[in-house]
Design a protein around this ligand. Structure first.
Ligand code: RB5
Length: 144
């Protein structure tokens, strides 16, 4: 799967772990930065990843900041992006099945790498359910 990853300084360390994990799983990963712990605006990385998902350059995006909140707010401004802020495995699965989320955001200061990689694995590997009620609700999001 073609996946773009991005982070600010608060998510840099976890983004590096996620990137290595995804590459090891056989995914085609593009890194939209940041590449160090130097302070940077989460917005700039969120936009690059979210626009790539919107344009179908990437099937999915994963964004990490300190809390995951700034990344989710910013990414969800981009038409066609359904970004989900997730810190547990249940929600990771549910948001793929129900919301067809195409961007995952997490907080590098909230979850450790062990849990984060479990979340990433479940989120990447779970397909949208395509149940009629979920299709209808996702269409309402996209049409708004
Ligand atoms: C940066 O200090 C922090 O505000 C950012 O990583 C993120 O948590 C914002 O939502």
């Amino acid at each position: 799967m073609k996946i773009a990853v991005g982070a600010d300084h608060g998510g840099f360390a976890l983004k590096e772990e996620i990137k290595a994990f995804l590459i090891n799983e056989g995914h085609d990963v593009t890194d939209m930065g940041t590449h160090s712990f130097t302070s940077t605006d989460y917005n700039d990385h969120a936009i690059k990843v979210a626009e790539g998902v919107r344009d179908h350059t990437f099937e999915r995006g994963i964004l990490v900041c300190g809390t995951g909140v700034g990344m989710s707010i910013m990414a969800n401004k981009v038409q066609g992006v359904r970004a989900a802020l997730v810190h547990d495995v249940f929600t990771a699965k549910a948001t793929r099945l129900h919301n067809d989320s195409n961007v995952l955001t997490m907080g590098g200061r909230v979850v450790g790498p062990g849990l984060a990689l479990e979340i990433v694995k479940v989120w990447v590997d779970t397909a949208f359910s395509h149940e009629e009620r979920h299709e209808r609700r996702v269409q309402k999001i996209d049409q708004y």
